[in-house]
Design a protein around this ligand. Structure first.
Ligand SMILES: Cc1cc2nc3c(=O)[nH]c(=O)nc-3n(C[C@H](O)[C@H](O)[C@H](O)COP(=O)(O)OP(=O)(O)OC[C@H]3O[C@@H](n4cnc5c(N)ncnc54)[C@H](O)[C@@H]3O)c2cc1C
Length: 399
């Protein structure tokens, strides 16, 4: 059972937490933090992907609800207020601990169920997410429906007690490793585009769902196509009401964009030191590219912009449920991440030319892969152009 919400002051909580972490944070994982998306993803196939230490860490943190620190305790969460959740983040960072669990359950479908789910849906789905037992993927995009998401053609019709879902999803990250899919489907073909869409939860463990991987330029392949050919899910697995899924879908996207923005904030330093060191190393110890004022200028600009971005991210983290402003965090974070990685590749010179195979330093390979991967940042979760449109209309009130 998760603990009751903590009593006492924030500093008393920090003391108690330190003691608990001292006893439960596996020594082998200390100092291995590599960014907010590093950690185990859980799921039914977790035994194949996580080490014994990672499992022990996920289970210990999950037993306290600390994999979802601010979720209510009745759904397995930690019940922490923002101040205590911040203390938890700080203490984990102090020890260099990786996240005990990451995934779309925690940052997308979970928060959305907390707002729109029925009591039965919360009871069924949230505790397994907290414990890392079920891994989720996002079935939004289709071959003809990306930015124009409301143009989606996957259909769902009622057959007795079940929805029967037929369609084709694309760019579905990690679908081949996931257990359940949250999926947008057209339930009323007569209604105006957005009005006839429902948000469905579907168990992927059935023959009517097939996934095919997609290979990317970076060499890795987290993406899949998902083919639903009469897939079934019980009629009570529709979230927020039949034909009323558009509002649910948009709220989930705001959580996704805020998470991406905060992830960028978790990986920037606001410090030019690593770029300077990279330039010196590439030059064999001398100033090398740093002799060029344009490079010095670009490094200083990135460090300054990152500091401003960190302040924005901190401010938005305090403001609670993300709204349309989450688009600003995502656009700014995307641009900074792409600029930093682009400059890193430029400074590294020929060392940045490979992304697999022998003859390259592991850090160089990782940087080049990260640079290639970052091209997708301005597309995933909604393109930068679409985010700028949202900001213009919904935040700035422009015509
Ligand atoms: C790394 C990554 C992970 C992803 N993971 C998932 C996932 O797990 N699940 C999922 O469902 N999808 C996922 N996607 C898909 C992603 O949501 C779509 O690629 C995205 O919404 C854009 O759709 P599209 O690719 O069809 O491009 P299109 O919508 O065809 O856009 C093409 C171009 O037109 C521009 N454009 C389109 N409409 C407008 C407009 N109104 N105003 C201005 N410009 C416009 C776009 O900005 C873009 O430059 C992922 C994508 C990436 C890159």
């Amino acid at each position: 059972m998760p603990p009751s919400p903590p009593a006492g002051g924030v500093e008393a909580f920090r003391r108690e937490l330190r003691e608990w972490l001292e006893a439960h944070a596996p020594a082998a994982l200390r100092g291995t933090w590599k960014g907010v998306f590093s950690g185990t993803w859980g799921g039914r196939r977790r035994d194949r992907t996580e080490s014994a230490d990672e499992r022990a860490w996920r289970e210990a943190m999950g037993s306290r609800g600390y994999t979802a620190p601010t979720w209510p305790t009745e759904y397995g969460g930690g019940g922490l207020d923002r101040a205590r959740a911040q203390v938890l983040t700080e203490e984990l960072r102090r020890l260099g601990m990786p996240a005990p669990l990451v995934g779309f359950g925690l940052v997308m479908v979970g928060p959305t169920l907390l707002e729109f789910g029925s009591e039965a849906q919360k009871q069924q789905h949230l505790p397994p997410i907290v414990r890392g037992e079920i891994r989720w993927c996002q079935g939004y995009s289709e071959p003809g429906a990306g930015s124009d998401l409301a143009g989606l053609r996957t259909s769902a019709t009622l057959d007795g007690g079940d929805w029967v879902v037929t369609g084709h999803k694309v760019w579905t990250s990690y679908a081949d490793l996931s257990d359940w899919i949250f999926c947008l489907a057209r339930t009323n073909p007569q209604a105006k585009k957005q009005a006839g869409i429902s948000f469905l939860l579907i168990d992927m463990d059935q023959p009517a769902i097939r996934t095919e991987p997609i290979r990317l330029i970076s060499g890795a392949s987290p993406f899949c196509e998902v083919f639903l050919d009469g897939a079934r899910t019980p009629r009570d697995q529709v979230v927020g009401g039949v034909d009323a899924g558009w509002t649910v879908a948009k709220t989930l996207l705001q959580h996704e964009r805020a998470t991406l923005g905060q992830a960028f904030a978790g990986s920037v330093t606001g410090d030019e030191g690593d770029l300077v060191a990279l330039a010196r190393r590439a030059a064999g110890g001398g100033d090398g590219p740093l002799a060029d004022g344009l490079h010095r200028d670009a490094i200083a600009r990135i460090a300054m912009d990152e500091r401003a971005f960190l302040l924005l991210a901190r401010d938005m983290a305090r403001s609670g449920r993300p709204g349309a402003e989450s688009s600003a965090l995502k656009v700014f974070g995307t641009e900074l991440n792409q600029r930093r990685l682009e400059l890193g590749v430029e400074l590294a010179g020929p060392d940045a030319l490979g992304w697999e195979g022998p003859g390259f330093d592991a850090a160089d390979l990782a940087r080049t892969r990260d640079w290639l991967r970052s091209r997708g940042n301005s597309i995933e979760g909604g393109t930068t152009e679409v985010q700028l449109g949202i900001l213009a209309r919904q935040v700035l009130g422009l015509p």
